[in-house]
Design a protein around this ligand. Structure first.
Ligand code: ADP
Ligand code: MG
Ligand code: MG
Length: 866
């Protein structure tokens, strides 16, 4: 192995894979002249090597030692020295930020003798012993594996409800003794030799790569296992040196709203993670102006430098030691979707980044948050606010309360839950993931719950001091109210309000920066974006979200609603064409009405309507009881009906009598649906609107099916149009969902004006995976690494994708003007959208809520691939 250790400043932010995010950015900050305490980074390669070989690579100790010497020179201190001891922090830092996953150790180098040196040198006994007890606690927990709570218990005993800063030196000394006893009683040994401390701490950081929390986090976020963590060893600076010292966290812009204003929290006389851990309630950064005007000015400079230098919102750590400011970490800050959009758009206006970069910065999935629920303003007026906390992550959530992550996981299987905790910790992550929202009694805007909540895009209210939780009794009290497990509450993560009861949530609107970003995306993307919608209401919503038409309107449900199913059944059990026509005549006006609604909602935009697709037996009852009822209603014999139903039953309905096969066997169905579609278009056009129907034939495999059905459709349409003398611009096309259709696309395309890939069925038929049964084995395939992703979610480029490409090329060869889109689930998934862009489709179609996601993803595909 080559060089294993790098001094801060040797490398910068580009070396994240090697030095981890923390190390690379500490190097970068050193380079640009920010006040970073000196230190060095042991590379991630060393970590992976160590985990494999179970020992240090050759020469590592020597490199570490020479870097420690460098630190000794810079700080004019010596490791283990009794008069001027060098203290360091040992900090983990992986290439991908994994908040709270791997713990750092502060004040390393302290022992029974050096603590006295610190005491003499600082003339501050309280500080010396506070540092020592913190060190033993961190070392005991992280390195020796003594449960964190055992130390907390002792600390709480001494605090007796006071703040940690109220502890006297004598008390701190006693705590140190008790801490040591706990460690010994666990059969562990607290090493006094600083070199041994250091070695053990480094090992512990490396090993923490494989601890359970880290593994869960990696799994949840798709982070590979072989990345490894770096170790940073850095000279300590002390925020716990008195009331002119402190520690804090800064965000160069507001991580919740995106507002371009310094944001942050700090605590005086505190160390390390005190702010994040919610030891005391932190102060807002503005207050530092009063607490320490000089440091405040310096800090504002740091905010500006970081924001400009990184050209993105930074989340950084600082410590003030006796009025001197130090920066200890920076990284790109996690933010809500709302903030992400605002920051990206603002930074374009501030000329820090280009439009394209702004678009690339937004994770398409993330904007989902912006499209989700808010508390109904009308309901909100009458809702009773029982408490108010900090608005840590916006959106609203409704659910029943529960008080532990495990309960949340259990109860979430049955319904919506809200996790209520004093504060959350990494062990709670899965419980948080399944909850609708999170409410904590303690902690600030940068607490674990807040950071993770924002990351997950989950409604989150923190630091809600009004409530007091009784975990033993599974309840919380607020004023004189008792809220028990199972009671409903509603949270507003945008305001921090907590309401008692179950309130209605409503869908949000698109405006402001979001609208601007979407317009930029529209100006860039090549792919059109349509929506899959079956009702006027969904169509309207999709239009608000920027849909450019309907790519798939299914007609099935139109046959299920209320009275219609009866007529439909009449049609199915009819013995002859005449009987069927009679029933269909009754269905026609109902269908026509539906289509008029959709055409009006999508006025001037194309609407693709798919002809009836599912197997007929889906419309018929199965249980004898129901069959009897139906027989009575239809005035037919039970036995006869029963026979009819069993004659329709299929062994493999997915490959059975469905799709265009229905129309081939019963052309009157196709005729009636065409009448309804064209009839509706005529009516809309006559009243001044513009309907643009695209009639789509499902599950087609052969050109003879195409010519046969096309003729039926054309004849019916022509007849109606001529009779009414109203012009209708309509198209006829087919869904491409069978391999045979793909490879004969050159012939099919001559018959049609458009194709639309039905990639759900196409994936099913290409893989031979039944959509209804694949859930049983696909997760196992993914677990075993045989499939990378679920092909029903992300297009299988190699198989399904290849066929699509073949189809597109064949189709365009014989019909260059053919319009080709996609309407499967994949149409709203960013990786699949990129593929659609690459093979030159005209549009993607997805559910209304995914339309903005698709618009953004389509723009990203263009930017990424030109
Ligand atoms: P995490 O990855 O969990 O953020 P860090 O390594 O950043 O952990 O360290 C935890 C806390 O200790 C942070 O608040 C950090 O600022 C503080 N800290 C780390 N190193 C030092 C140091 N050399 N001097 C003072 N504080 C430090
Ligand atoms: Mg931490
Ligand atoms: Mg940190």
């Amino acid at each position: 192995m080559g060089k294993m250790v790098y001094f801060f400043g040797e490398k910068g932010k580009e070396s994240k894979p090697l030095l981890g995010g923390k190390g690379a950015n500490l190097g970068e900050m050193t380079k640009i002249g920010l006040p970073v305490p000196p230190g060095f980074t042991i590379s991630t390669q060393v970590c992976m090597d160590f985990l494999k070989e179970k020992k240090y690579p050759k020469g590592l100790e020597k490199e570490i030692n020479s870097n420690i010497e460098k630190l000794e020179k810079r700080s004019k201190r010596k490791f283990g020295d009794e008069r001027h001891p060098l203290l360091v922090s040992v900090r983990s830092g992986a290439p991908v930020s994994m908040p709270g996953m791997m713990d750092s150790i502060l004040n390393l180098g302290l022992n029974n003798r050096t603590v006295k040196g610190i005491e003499r040198e600082s003339k501050n006994s309280r500080f010396a012993w506070d540092s020592y007890r913190r060190f033993i606690q961190m070392f005991g927990d992280v390195v020796l594996g003594v449960e964190h709570s055992k130390f907390e218990k002792i600390l709480d005993k001494y605090k007796r409800g006071r703040n940690d800063t109220d502890l006297s030196t004598e008390e701190l000394k006693k705590i140190v003794e008790e801490y040591k006893k706990i460690i010994t009683s666990e059969g562990k040994r607290f090493p006094q030799d600083p070199r041994e401390q250091l070695k053990m701490a480094i090992d512990a950081v490396f090993n923490s790569w494989n601890n359970k929390r880290a593994r869960i986090y990696r799994k949840l976020h798709g982070i590979p296992e072989d990345v490894g963590t770096a170790v940073n060893i850095q000279v300590m600076v002390f925020g716990n040196l008195g009331w002119d010292s402190g520690t804090g966290v800064g965000f160069t812009r507001n991580p919740s709203t995106g507002e371009n204003k310094p944001y942050g929290e700090y605590l005086m006389n505190a160390q390390g993670e005190d702010v994040v851990a919610g030891i005391r309630t932190p102060k807002g950064i503005e207050e530092l102006r009063k607490d320490s005007p000089k440091v405040y000015q310096e800090l504002m400079k740091v905010y500006e430098i970081l924001d400009k230098h990184y050209r993105d919102m930074q989340d950084f750590e600082f410590t003030i030691e006796k009025g001197n400011l130090f920066t200890l970490q920076t990284r790109t800050g996690k933010r809500t979707a709302q903030a992400a959009v605002k920051i990206a758009v603002d930074m374009v206006k501030e000329k820090l980044i280009k439009k394209e970069e702004a678009i690339m910065r937004i994770e398409p999935e993330q904007i989902d948050q912006l499209l989700h629920k808010q508390l109904d303003p009308k309901e909100k007026e009458r809702a009773r606010v029982i408490a108010k906390g900090l608005p840590a992550s916006p959106g609203a959530a409704v659910g029943i309360v529960c008080f532990s992550a495990e309960r949340a996981e259990e109860l979430a299987k049955k319904g919506k839950v809200i996790l209520v905790r004093n504060e959350t910790s990494p062990e709670d992550i899965q419980g948080m993931a399944v909850s609708q929202g999170i409410l904590t009694a303690r902690g600030g805007m940068t607490s674990h719950a807040a950071v993770v909540g924002r990351g997950m895009g989950k409604c989150c209210v923190v630091g809600c001091g009004d409530i007091s939780i009784d975990e033993e009794k599974d309840m919380f009290t607020v004023r004189n109210l008792r809220i028990k497990e199972g009671d409903w509450i509603t949270l507003d993560g945008g305001t921090g309000e907590v309401f008692i009861g179950k309130f209605k949530l409503v869908d949000p609107e698109m405006r402001g920066e979001f609208q601007i970003l979407m317009n930029w995306a529209d100006g860039i993307r090549k792919l059109g974006v349509r929506t899959n919608a079956d009702t006027p209401k969904d169509s309207e919503r999709a239009r608000e979200f920027g849909s450019e038409g309907i790519g798939l309107a299914r007609t099935e449900h139109m046959f299920f609603e209320g009275e219609r199913i009866r007529t439909m059944r009449e049609m199915i059990i009819a013995d002859d064409s005449e009987g069927r026509r009679k029933a269909l005549a009754k269905l026609l006006p109902m269908q026509k009405k539906d289509f008029i609604g959709i055409f009006k909602a999508m006025n001037g935009l194309p609407v693709t309507i798919r002809l009836l697709d599912p197997p007929l037996h889906e419309f018929l009852p199965k249980e004898d009881k129901e069959v009897r009822k139906m027989a009575r209603e239809m005035r037919v014999k039970f036995k006869a009906l029963k026979n009819k139903i069993s004659s329709l039953a299929e062994f493999n309905p997915m490959l059975g009598f469905r799709g265009c096969r229905l129309g081939v066997v019963y052309p009157e169905i196709t005729e009636m649906q065409t009448d309804a579609i064209i009839g509706a278009a005529i009516e809309v056009n006559r009243s001044g609107g513009e309907a643009l129907p695209e009639i789509e034939i499902p599950v087609l495999s052969d050109v003879e099916e195409a010519t046969f059905l096309r003729k039926i459709i054309e004849d019916a349409a022509k007849k109606l149009i001529e009779k009414n003398r109203v012009k209708v611009n309509y198209k006829v096309g087919t869904m491409i969902e069978l391999p045979r259709a793909c490879v004969t696309a050159d012939k099919l395309s001559k018959e049609f004006d458009f194709f639309s890939f039905g990639t759900n069925d196409l994936t099913q038929t290409v893989y031979g995976f039944s959509r209804d049964d694949a859930g049983k084995f696909i997760p196992k395939y993914i677990e075993k690494g045989i499939l990378e992703t679920d092909p029903f979610q992300v297009i299988d480029r190699k198989g399904v994708g290849s066929l699509m490409k073949i189809c597109v090329n064949l189709a365009r060869k014989t019909n260059p003007r053919i319009e080709i889109g996609i309407c499967g689930e994949h149409g709203g998934e960013k990786n699949s959208i990129e593929f659609c862009h690459l093979i030159g489709l005209d549009y993607v179609s997805c559910s209304p809520f995914r339309v903005p996601i698709a618009r953004l993803a389509a723009a990203q595909a263009k930017i990424k691939n030109g």
